[in-house]
Ligand binder design. Structure first.
Ligand SMILES: C[S@@+](CC[C@H](N)C(=O)[O-])C[C@H]1O[C@@H](n2cnc3c(N)ncnc32)[C@H](O)[C@@H]1O
Length: 435
């Protein structure tokens, strides 16, 4: 496992990757006891699937691996708690002795998470349970009672005091803005938090120059506010759309940061002679494939199956010896993890006649791969899966797309990057100019 490019010391950094693995890697990189604040705003286990709406296609886009993770945890909350335990333990190691954890959650899982934090951080280091009033309205996702608050749990690593005198600050925050009043800040990413809320958390727990972390960064409200307040920051998310939205936000304001991705090194045990199978949430990259090539000296076709690919892996295909397939967990008719996998051929970028093409070997499956597969019944809190409904949605989308898979082309010195309509990026080596 490594960061590509390598993490530079003292630089703000946005990392695309699975947060537990990112935190473990940061510990390996020598960042134990370096963070002043770690802010957690993970999924609330509300059953909601993190998707990004595609404005033109009018659908919610999703990665099916994360969709499966959400469904599995919703149906079995103890998995959710155990996953949080691993991250809080890693965060504790990353924190300085004077550091803080702030964990945001809602009434559904909050009591479990507080017990977990008491256990890991020590109940003597519990500082506050702040209620943030999120809305003046009854929230659309609630039933029975109109939940309009969320909870922020403050813990210190050791017996330290908050940076500001909090004697005058109430534990009820109804003056920092609501979800419905994001106005100019709104990125339309689900669950985006107001900058004013981030500002208050940072003011209370950190000083200029301190290092802070957000490993569920979503639309980037936390790193964005940290940059404005001159804190050093490291942030990550596993969702490509989230990373893209965060980058747009930081770039627009001119904030500088290192743009990293967590990737694997080649693992010989994943290669069976004809297929290289990587089932980790870390994308397969050019670097990993170069390792494969070097250690096997292969010149015959090899199939690479993985849950995700970094864009640069297309550059390995110059000699046409790799076939790339996505490995997708199946969601059965109950919308429950079925432990079965299927493979989908990944689109292949080409340059021809001075233009660029994306050849999609199985258009039906490629659209199916990218859209939300289940619907949640708000009343009964159950997932519904309808194959006929899905088929109609895919066919409708295929008509709309009508073979126009490429949304944008970016030209770099050495390579060209194609972005497809679902936000996936593909790299192609630039051909030498003729004449
Ligand atoms: C509640 S949202 C965060 C919203 C964010 N605070 C904001 O203001 O936009 C949770 C985020 O966690 C991300 N996420 C969930 N599981 C993750 C994991 N294992 N690793 C990295 N990110 C993850 C989701 O993609 C989602 O963007």
């Amino acid at each position: 496992m490594l960061f590509s490019p390598r993490l530079k010391p003292n630089q703000n950094c946005l990392i695309s990757g699975h947060n537990l693995l990112v935190m473990q890697k940061l510990l390996e990189e020598g960042l134990a006891s370096e963070f002043q604040l770690i802010y957690f705003d993970g999924p609330f286990n509300s059953g909601r699937i993190f998707s990004a709406p595609h404005p033109e296609l009018g659908v919610d886009l999703v990665n099916p691996c994360y969709e499966r993770e959400t469904i599995t945890q919703f149906n079995n909350p103890s998995i959710y708690i155990e996953e949080y335990r691993k991250r809080i333990l890693a965060a504790k190691e990353l924190l300085r002795e004077e550091g803080f954890i702030v964990l945001q959650c809602n009434a559904k899982m909050g009591h479990y998470l507080k017990v977990l934090l008491d256990e890991i951080m020590g109940s003597q280091n519990y500082l506050a349970e702040v209620i943030w009033k999120v809305s003046n309205e009854r929230t659309p996702h609630s039933f029975h009672f109109g939940y309009n608050h969320e909870v922020l749990l403050f813990y210190s690593k050791t017996e330290q005091y908050l940076k500001k005198n909090i004697a005058t600050l109430s534990s009820l925050w109804d003056d920092v803005g609501f979800y419905e009043t994001l106005d100019d800040e709104n990125t339309f990413y689900p669950s985006q938090k107001p900058e004013k809320l981030m500002e208050r958390i940072l003011e209370l727990t950190t000083m200029q120059g301190d290092l802070v972390g957000d490993f569920y960064c979503g639309s980037g409200s936390f790193p964005f506010t940290a940059a404005r307040m001159r804190r050093k920051w490291i942030a990550c998310d596993q969702n490509n759309n989230a990373i893209q939205i965060t980058k747009n936000r930081l770039d627009k304001a001119g904030y500088k940061y290192q743009d990293c991705i967590l990737i694997n090194r080649f693992k010989p045990e994943w290669f069976d002679g004809t297929t290289y199978i990587n089932k980790t949430p870390i994308p397969v990259s050019l670097l990993e494939l170069e390792g494969l090539k070097k250690s096997t000296g292969i010149s015959s076709p090899i199939t690479v199956e993985a849950m995700n690919f970094s864009a640069d892996c297309d550059l390995a295909n110059e000699h046409g010896i790799f076939h790339f397939h996505l490995l997708v967990p199946l969601i059965n008719s109950d919308g429950i993890d079925s432990k079965e996998w299927t493979t989908i051929p990944r689109p292949v970028p080409f340059q021809s006649d001075g233009g660029y093409r994306l050849v999609v070997p199985d258009p039906f499956k490629w659209v199916l791969y990218n859209i939300v597969h289940v619907q949640i019944d708000e009343k009964w809190r159950e997932y519904h899966f309808s194959w006929s409904n899905l088929k109609n949605r895919v066919n409708g989308l295929l008509e709309k797309i009508n073979n126009r898979w490429i949304e944008e082309v970016f030209y770099y010195k050495e390579h060209v990057e194609l972005k497809d309509i679902f936000g996936y990026r593909y790299h192609l080596k630039r051909q030498k100019e003729v004449g």
